[in-house]
Design a protein around this ligand. Structure first.
Ligand code: PLP
Length: 467
């Protein structure tokens, strides 16, 4: 790192008032980057400096890589700006923010069909990653208690999941010293299934993770099938291996678009579910949620109790201070949109995803892995007949699209399909049919460019180039 020592000349108050922003001295000399400057600068100057620098970031509306919300209504923005000062942890100072969190927990628990006969509980988090840590900890503690009661060793916990899990589950395993057992991909199976999950389970398995909306291709994992296989296994062995559903994306899609799909607390072994409020919950980053079907599933030792509301507000979090305004924004969306509003927005996203994937399939060189009919996310590959002869890879295509501002990532699949390179699009609220048409035009011209360059050499080779 270069440590620059620059003393900005201080502007006099008079000067600061009348100098045109871009003529001020602060903007005609370099700004300090690695040391806090000695002097001050006018707020307008600081604002413009930083805003202009951030213009170098990608345009979030053209970012088809992220799952995270990039647009909210002006009223939601205003409400968030007015509640920037709310600290989520100060439940005694901001009891109404805490009450709103509790209402959201109730709304989400009902959305996920928490049984009336059980007392669902849960909380907001900074995102699905924190929710995964909390959910994983509950699984580990519960497993350990069962083992201790049986007088059995508790030193070798493991967690069963597909190799397609988001990195948060690898983090959980390492941070909490749980052996991760990954089911690899095989052929055209790109996620977990019941048969393969069952093979890896033993008496030390703290749980199985099933994903609603796989990061790699958007597909739903067969949660019901896994639940039924667990029911059989648990009956035969006397174990109580539970299921946690990572619904980071799908947790806010499936209830609205696929109400008949049974993946949530309607299934006996689904003990907890997480979702990202800042993905298809439609809130700016960062807010996530985790719900347990019954408070029994959340070990008492992990909860810190606050009783400021007269009721019992379980406090279970890794962070202490955290913005409260994202929870407020989540509540805004629930009230403002209702179930019908969510359904319409997500249906529009799904329609756009299906349209776009259909057009990409028609182009010729590509074959779809998924089409966006689960969460509005889909992935494609170069057709095998083409990839051996073509002078470009999907990495080159991603690079070419980036020249136009589009962020459409290409990546290789994990074990055992590292030979396969795919490219993925995530459709979010605010991505219109018009923008889809622009993207298609740019993909067409990128292909035309590669085809017209007979001596073009793939600069960025995917793993299918080095078998
Ligand atoms: C995005 C994602 C996560 C991580 O969620 P954050 O809210 O970004 O922490 C975990 N699991 C899945 C399946 C995801 O898509």
């Amino acid at each position: 790192m270069v440590h620059q020592k620059i003393n900005l000349d201080r502007l006099s108050p008079e000067e600061a008032l009348i100098t045109p922003t871009y003529a001020s001295r602060a903007l005609t000399s370099a700004v300090p980057k690695y040391e806090i400057p000695e002097g001050e600068m006018p707020p307008a100057v600081a604002y413009n400096l930083i805003r202009d620098e951030l213009a170098l970031d990608g345009n979030s509306r053209l970012n088809l890589a992220t799952f995270v919300t990039t647009w909210m209504e002006p009223e939601a923005k205003q409400l968030m700006a007015e509640t920037f000062d709310k600290n989520m942890i100060d439940k005694d100072e901001y009891p109404q923010t805490a009450e709103i969190e509790l209402r959201c927990v109730n709304m989400i628990a009902r959305l996920w069909n928490a049984p009336e006969s059980e007392a669902a509980t849960g909380c907001s988090t900074i995102g699905s990653s924190e929710a995964a840590m909390l959910g994983g900890m509950a699984l580990k503690w519960q497993w350990r208690k069962r083992r201790q009661k049986e007088g059995k060793p508790t030193d070798k916990p493991n967690l069963v999941m597909g190799i397609n899990v988001q990195v948060c589950w690898e983090k959980f395993s390492r941070y909490w010293e749980v052996e991760p057992r990954f089911v690899p991909m095989e052929g055209s199976r790109f996620h977990l299934n019941a048969t393969e999950a069952i093979k890896l389970i033993d008496e030390n398995t703290i749980g199985v993770i099933a994903i609603m909306g796989s990061t790699f291709d958007g597909s739903y994992e067969p949660v019901q099938e896994i639940n039924d296989a667990l029911e059989k296994l648990n009956r035969e062995t006397g174990w109580q291996v539970p299921l946690h559903v990572d619904g980071a994306s799908g947790g806010f899609i499936a209830p609205f678009l696929d109400p008949d799909l049974v993946w949530d607390f309607r299934l006996k072994w689904v003990k907890s579910i997480n979702a990202s409020g800042h993905k298809y919950g439609l809130v700016y980053p960062g807010v996530g949620w985790i719900i347990w079907r019954d408070r029994q599933e959340l070990p008492e030792e992990l909860i810190f109790h606050c009783n400021y509301l007269g009721g019992d507000l379980p406090n279970f979090a890794l962070n202490f201070s955290r913005p409260g305004n994202q929870v407020v924004a989540q509540y805004y969306n629930f009230l403002r949109l209702g179930k019908e509003g969510y359904r319409q927005i997500h249906q529009a996203c799904r329609d756009t995803a299906l349209y776009l994937s259909g057009e990409i399939a028609k182009m010729g060189p590509f074959e779809l892995i998924t089409d966006g009919s689960t969460i509005p996310v889909f992935a494609w590959k170069l057709k095998e007949t083409i990839s051996d002869q073509s002078n470009y890879s999907l990495f080159d295509l991603a690079d070419k699209l980036r020249e136009r501002g589009w962020l459409v990532p290409a990546y290789t699949m994990p074990k055992n399909r590292q030979d396969l390179t795919v490219q993925r699009v995530v459709i979010k609220e605010g991505f219109s049919r018009d923008m889809a048409a622009l993207l298609l035009r740019d993909i067409h011209s990128a292909i035309a460019f590669f085809q017209s360059q007979s001596n073009y050499q793939s600069k960025l080779s995917g793993s299918h180039f080095h078998h």
